[in-house]
Structure formats: C-alpha cells, structure tokens
Write a protein that binds this ligand. Structure first.
Ligand SMILES: [Zn+2]
Length: 425
C-alpha cells in the first residue's frame, strides 16, 4: 500500500476525536490543536468562558504589519450525532476505503476545512512566506447547537476586538458538480410558536370562539405563504437562500376525543431570505395573531435578526482577491445565500465581511447524513486551493480602500410578505 500523505494522516487523527454532540470531547481536541500549533510554529491562544464546553481557541500567524486588519479562518470543532447502525464503518474510525474515501462524522462538516487551513499555512510557512497581515485560525465549539457557547460569546469579548479582524472565511457545503459553492450571506432563523385559546366544552356541540378556529387561520395563512414561496422557488429556478422557507414542525393540544380543546399550539420553522425585510416578517406575524382572534399569542424559540451580506463587488478587495485566485486556478464559484445558519452570521453582524467556502467539489452532500465521507484527493486539492488563496488575501496592501467592503443589508421586496399570497405577483 502506498504511504499516506502526512496531511491526510493528521486529518484522520482529528476526525477520530469524538467531538460529537451532545457530549463532545473538546479537551482532547484542544490538546491536539495545541500540538499542531507547536509543530507548525503558530501562537496558541484560548479564552474560556463560564463552562468547560464554552471557549474559543485560535492559532495566530503573525503578519509583518500587525496594525493592519487581520484575516480570520474559522471552523467549528463539534459535529452532529450519529446513528452508528446506519454507517458502513465506525463514524469515528476515519476509515479510508480503496478509492480514498475517508468516512467519518465531520469529514465534510467541517473538520476538513479547519485542518486544510492549517495544512496550507504549514506549507506556506515552510516556503518562507511571511504574511503582511496577521492570520488567526479559530476553532470554536457549539456551532451545531447554535454557537451560543462558542462564536457568539467570542465576538462579544475584548479578545475578539483585539484580533482586529477585517475579513473572515467560514464553512460552505460540498457540491456534487465540478464547481464550488461560495456563500456571501445567510437566511435568518425564526422559529415561532403560536398558541390559541378559546371556548372549551362537549365535542358534540358547535361552540363559538374555539382555539381550533383560530389556529386554523394561522396554519392556512402560513402554509399558503409556504406554497407561494415554493412556487417562486420552482418557477424561477432559484436557490434556497433566495426564498423564505416555512415549515410547520410541531402541533400541540387536546385533552380527549370528545372535548373541544381550550388551547392549541403550532410551531413554524421559518428561514427568512435576506431579500426580505425582517420588520415586514414581524408585521406579518403580528397581523396573523390579530386576525386569528383574541387570546392568541406567539413566542420565539429562536430568532436571529442577522441578515447582513458580504458584497461580491469590485469595490470589495477581499472578494476581488478571492475571485481572482479562483479564476487563476480555473475554479468556477457558484455564489449564493447559505440556506441554513453558520457561525459566520455573528461575524457579518459586526460589519466584518465573511465568505462561506468549503473546497469540496465532485462530492455528494453528506453533512449531517449517514456515511459522511470526503475523498482524500478532494481534501488534498482543497489544501492547494487555500495555498493559492491565502497569500493573495493576507498580503492585500494597506493602500486599498476597504471602506465599502462592509456587509450590507439588502432592502428587498418585502412588502410582498404582508400581502395575501394570492395577490402576489
Ligand atoms: Zn458546519
């Protein structure tokens, strides 16, 4: 058997550390990353918050002009749970088959990216490159459960402010095609629960003002909006990030078959496209409450008000450098709004431009799925891509105008949301 590239061996080592929710082994990962820092010659930093599973660590490659805005390369350490019975190989064995496919939870989402950053820096450093700008490679916990103990905490600290970050890279998604996905924004998560209350009584009568009549109006309106977005998505061949998705995810209530329930509830998982104004969505939710009738309330399980996007325009030097490198490598980028949420929302919300990119093409999308794998050649090619992109980003001269490269909030077409779906064009 041909000997394995050391960078692949290191990737497989990292994959074997069980940083799996809900009880991730972070300490082993921290120690392992600390060793990587030592080996490569990077500064190791860690800030710990109030519990052992709440922290951020970052490896720093000092630039020749530390006063310039730095570059943050972020990845999350945690991975989602597995059902081992559905896997061909142990999901934490990092088994490599004869085709070079490396099977492990986190092989795509997103331990690959964290190690690719480090392996690219290892090579560039060995080649003698000294970056103009300082580079921080951050590893955060908790992303798969919301990032509250990781990136969200970190961005609020003085430690983060001192990093003086000007641009960030974070995760994307694999693409089965030859091109690569590149994300410049994401949708806002709004998970909302409506509760309706009304007249209770015997199931053989026709009561007025029942909880069911009220919740019926809410469900109808929400599902009609879902239909209209679904139609818009299909008819215009859009990407998920361009539309707002609404899914009814929970229903609750009822006492027994012959009792009209005094209370019913319904939960919707709404992902709002940045093309819509959040204030309009909020108005729609309020109107819905009013229309449903008295004793109707709603509350949020989760609500992210971040809809900042990073402009992919010629006046954004970070993007220009990224795109030029991709062009020189002959790489096609599909630019889009990320359909779900990642930690980069916390970075963009500070006004820092951030792109979501995982260099995985010709690879089935298996994040959070059984038998998640990444082929070693795709992984190795990803390191080469970062080796090409990083120097162009970390050496961007001071003289360039970065003022306009802040994320912008798109004021979109959202009046549409509050109209009834039927009347929309
Ligand atoms: Zn991820």
């Amino acid at each position: 058997m041909a000997s394995e590239q050391p960078s692949v061996t290191r990737f497989r080592e990292y994959l074997r550390i069980k940083t799996v929710q809900p009880d991730p082994d972070y300490e082993t990962a921290i120690t392992w990353l600390q060793n990587q820092a030592k080996e490569i010659g990077l500064e190791f930093n860690i800030v710990r918050f109030n519990s052992t599973d709440s922290f951020t660590l970052w490896l720093t490659w000092l630039g020749s002009d530390p006063s310039l805005k730095s570059v943050l390369l972020n990845s999350h350490i945690d991975v989602v749970p597995v059902d081992p019975s559905k896997w061909t190989y142990d999901p934490f064995s990092a088994h490599k088959d004869e085709r070079g496919n490396i099977y492990a939870r986190g092989s795509q989402d997103m331990k690959c990216v964290g190690i690719q950053y480090l392996e690219a820096i290892r090579v560039l450093k060995a080649q003698g490159l000294v970056p103009l700008r300082t580079v921080h490679v951050s590893f955060v916990p908790d992303e798969e459960v919301g990032g509250l103990k990781g990136m969200l905490k970190f961005v609020q600290t003085e430690d983060f402010r001192k990093l003086n970050v000007g641009f960030g890279l974070d995760e994307g998604v694999a693409n089965p095609e030859d091109s690569f996905h590149l994300y410049y924004g994401e949708r806002a998560i709004w998970q909302v629960k409506y509760t309706t209350r009304g007249q209770t009584g015997h199931g053989s009568l026709l009561h007025e003002n029942t909880a069911a009549e009220k919740i019926h109006k809410i469900i109808n309106k929400m599902l009609a909006l879902r239909e209209s977005e679904k139609a818009r998505f299909k008819e215009n061949n859009l990407q998920l990030g361009d539309v707002t998705t609404i899914n009814m995810t929970m229903l609750g209530g009822g006492l027994q078959p012959n009792v009209v329930p005094p209370e019913l509830s319904v939960v919707f998982d709404i992902r709002v496209t940045p093309n819509w104004k959040l204030s309009d969505v909020e108005k729609m939710l309020n109107d819905l409450k009013e229309e449903a009738g008295s004793e109707t309330t709603y509350e949020f399980f989760q609500r992210s008000d971040v809809t900042a996007t990073t402009p992919l325009t010629d006046d954004n030097p970070w993007w220009v450098a990224f795109k030029a490198t991709a062009d020189s490598l002959g790489i096609t980028l599909n630019t889009a709004i990320f359909p779900a949420a990642t930690d980069s929302r916390y970075i963009r919300d500070l006004g820092i431009p951030c792109l979501g990119f995982s260099p995985m093409n010709n690879t089935p999308i298996l994040l959070h799925d059984h038998d998640e794998f990444l082929n070693e050649n795709v992984y190795l090619r990803g390191i080469e891509i970062y080796q090409a992109i990083l120097p162009n980003i970390i050496n961007l001269p001071k003289s360039l105008n970065f003022a306009s490269s802040l994320p912008t909030k798109i004021d979109g077409c959202v009046g549409a949301v509050i109209e009834t779906p039927k009347s929309r064009s």
